[in-house]
Ligand binder design. Structure first.
Ligand code: UD1
Ligand code: CA
Length: 448
């Protein structure tokens, strides 16, 4: 395929009122320019060229190996494209130009646009949509059904403003015609910018074939210029993501009350309750129940897992585990099959083998806990001396009585028993009982 894409991402995004470059704002967890580049990579483009300017170092962090061109001063979308002249010269094919602020465009749409452009043998094809409130977009001006030009909001007369067909900011150009038209654009307009959209009327006047490709789902072309539009885009994307999960067999109690990022995977018949937030590269298995106010970030969760009102970060949870309410898994925790952690239990960088139970008010950090061991309420692995972290090892079938302090480094043998209220500073051998607390004293009739 002789197609290249050019992605305009040099603008500051003044209307966004943000320190962060506009194109780095995220829609359902993915920076919008990243989303556009990913979509472009799927349509068979042989090269994606980015136009960068404002805070380009920050944007480049996402695209270590990408082709890019710098636009030092942001003098308009036409000026931005001119910066890529050297990269396009000599390329005898089609260039698709897109804006870095339209992340909702779908792969199929771009493919359809390209196919339409090819099949009509146009030199220029512009993606358009009908908007009931077209404010802010360039309007498509037609005469007897043919495109004659694009007029920007700022230049538009009342008559033009009434036009509802708008420019999506996506175009296919035959490179030769694009480059020769770009020589003719100027900045004699209200904004004092070089408009890429002027290329349309220049090509029409030169007798070149210019086509408009009308898109039905106008949600797709939403250009994000402000935080209000950003929220709108997040909503649309969230809806798309949640619908896709439902099509795959996931159950939502209220799809509008959950936030799930784009790369999350969820298995069939898993139920997502209101207030659930799933982020990053999280994968959840089948038949799970994820209940209210749970946030899961970059975790791998097995099948038949139940999680209620808990926070899980960068951890692995195996089949039939139950978590919460109010538990916290911090990074590098691994809960094997049938583990249960309950109210106010925090686990960090620890492995809990099959069937371990820690029902209440416990901190397990830098530890391994053997199969079927029971950790009583209020147990704490004291893993930190203010400078260094130390490990706690607990064997299988052990029983740690309530309110135990395990002062690491320390190990508790298989089948050992630790009496409630103990402070354990020395290793406990297997099958042993360890108690470390002052003896109870009774003084009869003391209160009399
Ligand atoms: C542009 C179109 C408008 C269209 C709308 C669709 C022009 C003149 N207008 O308007 O017809 O309806 O998009 O969303 O093209 N950029 C640069 N360098 C610059 C200026 C902008 O790289 O000098 C980049 C921005 O980073 C952005 C994109 O180009 O990603 C579009 O710029 P923006 O200012 O948002 O254009 P609109 O006013 O929305
Ligand atoms: Ca825009």
């Amino acid at each position: 395929m002789s197609l290249k894409t050019l992605i305009l991402a040099a603008g500051k995004g003044t209307r966004m009122k943000s320190e962060l470059p506009k194109v780095l704002h995220k829609v359902c967890g993915v920076p919008m320019v990243q989303k556009i580049v990913d979509t472009c990579s799927k349509i068979g483009s042989i090269e994606n060229i980015l136009i960068l300017g404002h805070k380009k170092e920050e944007v480049l962090k996402l695209f270590q190996n990408s082709e890019y061109v710098v636009q030092n001063e942001q003098l308009g979308t036409g000026h931005a494209v001119i910066q890529a002249k050297e990269k396009l010269k000599g390329f005898n094919g089609t260039v698709m130009i897109l804006c870095g602020d339209t992340p909702l465009l779908r792969e199929e749409t771009l493919k359809k646009l390209y196919n339409y452009h090819k099949s009509t043998e146009a030199t220029t094809t512009i993606l358009t949509s009908i908007y009931q409130n077209p404010f802010g977009y360039g309007r498509i001006v037609k005469k007897s059904g043919e495109v004659v030009g694009v007029i920007e909001e700022k230049e538009a007369t009342d008559e033009i403003k009434a036009i509802k067909e708008v420019n999506a900011g996506v175009y296919c150009f035959e490179v030769k015609e694009l480059l020769s038209a770009l020589e003719k654009i100027d900045n004699k307009n209200e904004k004092g910018e070089y408009y890429l959209t002027d290329v349309i009327s220049i090509n029409v006047k030169a007798g070149k074939k210019v086509e408009a490709f009308l898109l039905e789902d106008n949600d797709e072309i939403l250009g994000i210029n402000s935080k209000i539009e950003l929220e709108k885009a997040n909503n649309i994307m969230r809806n798309r993501i949640n619908n896709q999960h439902m099509e795959n067999g996931v159950i939502f109690i209220d799809k509008n009350a959950t936030y799930i990022e784009e790369n999350v995977k969820i298995g069939q018949d898993t139920i997502i309750y209101p207030g659930v937030i799933l982020e990053g590269n999280t994968a959840i298995g089948e038949n799970c129940e994820i209940l209210g106010n749970t946030r899961i970030i970059d975790c791998k969760i097995g099948n038949n897992v139940r999680i209620e009102s808990s926070v899980l970060e960068e951890s692995v949870v195996e089949n039939r585990v139950t978590i919460g309410p109010f538990a916290h898994l911090r990074p590098k925790s691994h809960l094997k099959e049938e583990v249960h952690i309950g109210n106010f239990v925090e686990v960090k960088k620890s492995t809990l083998e099959k069937g371990v139970k820690a029902g209440h008010l416990t901190y397990i950090g830098d530890a391994t806990v053997g199969e079927k061991t029971n950790i009583g309420a209020g147990t704490i692995t004291c893993n930190y001396d203010g400078k260094n972290k130390f490990k706690t090892t607990i064997g299988k079938n052990a029983f740690i009585g309530s309110d135990t302090m395990l002062v690491a480094p320390v190990s508790i043998g298989e089948n050992a028993l630790v009496g409630a209220g103990s402070v354990i500073t020395k290793d406990v051998p297997e099958n042993a009982l360890a108690v470390s607390r002052s003896k109870q004293v009774i003084k009869f009739d003391w209160r009399k």
